[in-house]
Write a protein of this length. Structure first.
Length: 331
C-alpha cells in the first residue's frame, strides 16, 4: 500500500478506495502483526515493526521533519475553511461557532467553500433566527471580500480581478474562484477551491463493491481533470500564488501531485507537525482521519508554520498557514 501511495493511488482502484478509509483499518492489522511476531524470531519481529512504521508514516501521512526554516519579512496568515453553511443554518449557534473559529485564527486571508444556502442565490443568508446571534458579516469582519456561488475570498488587503473558474463538462458548478490581492505592492493570486466530492462513489462501494469501484474511478477522473484545469491556470500566473480549499484528496493522491508538479508546496507538509487530519469527525468513526483540506503555495512564498483548527463549528477543520513573503518578493 505504501508503494501504491508512492506511485499514485488512482493507478490502483482498490488502493484509491483504501486511502479514504479510517486509519484503524490499516493500523489494526499492523498492530496484530507486531503482537504475533513477539513469539517469532528476530527477522519476523523486524518485518512486523517495519510494517507498523510504514502504516504510521507514509500510509497515515505523518509529518515530522520541517526542513530548513524559510525566510521572509512580511508574515501572512491564510486560512482555508469548508464551513458547510447549510449545516450551520440548522444549528441555533451555527454561524456563531464559525465566527468564533475564524476570529480565533485571525487570518489575513480567508478562503471559504460550501458557503451557500441550498435554493438561494445569496452566499451567506441572514435568517431571522441567525441574524442577531451570529451576523454573517462577523465571518469576514472588515476584510475585502469576493463571493460567488459556494465560494468566498476575504482579505485584509485590497482584492481585484476576481472571477469564477470555468465550468467543466460533467460538473454542475465551478471548482474554484480566483482573486488577486495587493499585498504591500505585491500581486498575490488567490484561489479558493472545492473539487468533486468522492462521497457518492464511496457510498456506492458499500452497496455494490465492484460497481462502486467503477464509480470511484469515474469520480477520480473528474477530480483529476479539475486539478489539471486549475494547474493550467496556475501555470499562466505571473505573480505569487496561494491555493486553499477542500480538494477532496489526501496527500498521496495524484490530484495533489498534479498541483505540486506546477511548483506548489503543501504548507502543512512543509512546516506542520503530526497528521493534519481535517475531516471525519462527523462520520461514524467520530474522529478525523483524512487530510482533505490543503493550503498550497507557489515559489517566492515561504512557510513559517501550519496547523489545523477546531473541529466544533464545521464538519471540516480549517487549515491555517503562516506564510512569509521573502525579501526579494515582498515588502
Amino acid at each position: 500500500m505504501a508503494i501504491g501511495y508512492r506511485i499514485g493511488p488512482e493507478h490502483f482502484p482498490w488502493i484509491a478506495l483504501l486511502q479514504y478509509l479510517p486509519y484503524p483499518i490499516h493500523l489494526a492489522p499492523a498492530l496484530v502483526a507486531v503482537l504475533c511476531s513477539l513469539r517469532l524470531n528476530r527477522g519476523w519481529r523486524a518485518a512486523a515493526l517495519l510494517s507498523l512504521l510504514l502504516v504510521l508514516g507514509p500510509v497515515m501521512g505523518l509529518v515530522l521533519q520541517r526542513g530548513e526554516p524559510d525566510e521572509g519579512r512580511l508574515r501572512l496568515r491564510v486560512m482555508t475553511y469548508n464551513i458547510k453553511a447549510h449545516l450551520a443554518l440548522q444549528r441555533r449557534d451555527g454561524f456563531l461557532q464559525l465566527a468564533r473559529e475564524i476570529e480565533a485564527q485571525d487570518p489575513d486571508i480567508l478562503l471559504v467553500q460550501d458557503a451557500s444556502e441550498p435554493g438561494s442565490a445569496r452566499p451567506f443568508p441572514q435568517s431571522a433566527g441567525h441574524a442577531t446571534s451570529a451576523p454573517v458579516a462577523a465571518l469576514f469582519g472588515s476584510r475585502h471580500r469576493y463571493q460567488h456561488g459556494q465560494f468566498g475570498i476575504a482579505s485584509r488587503y485590497p482584492l481585484h480581478d476576481c472571477a469564477p473558474g470555468p465550468v467543466r463538462a460533467g460538473v454542475q458548478s465551478e471548482s474554484y474562484i480566483r482573486c488577486v490581492a495587493d499585498v504591500n505592492g505585491l500581486a498575490v493570486e488567490l484561489f479558493s477551491v472545492h473539487l468533486q466530492t468522492p462521497r457518492h462513489a464511496l457510498n456506492a462501494t458499500r452497496r455494490e463493491p465492484l460497481e462502486g469501484v467503477d464509480d470511484l474511478e469515474q469520480n477520480a477522473a473528474v477530480r483529476l481533470a479539475q486539478a489539471a484545469e486549475l494547474a493550467e491556470t496556475i501555470r499562466a500566473s505571473r505573480g505569487a500564488v496561494i491555493v486553499g480549499g477542500d480538494l477532496n484528496a489526501p496527500q498521496p493522491s495524484l490530484v495533489i501531485q498534479r498541483l505540486l508538479n506546477e511548483g506548489l508546496r503543501d504548507a502543512f507538509a512543509s512546516a506542520g507537525f503530526g497528521y493534519g487530519y481535517t475531516y471525519g469527525q462527523a462520520l461514524r468513526p467520530g474522529f478525523a482521519f483524512l487530510r482533505l483540506d490543503h493550503v498550497l503555495v507557489g515559489p517566492g512564498i515561504g512557510v513559517a508554520g501550519s496547523h489545523v483548527g477546531g473541529a466544533r463549528a464545521s464538519e471540516h477543520q480549517p487549515v491555517i498557514a503562516d506564510l512569509l513573503l521573502r525579501p526579494s518578493v515582498g515588502s
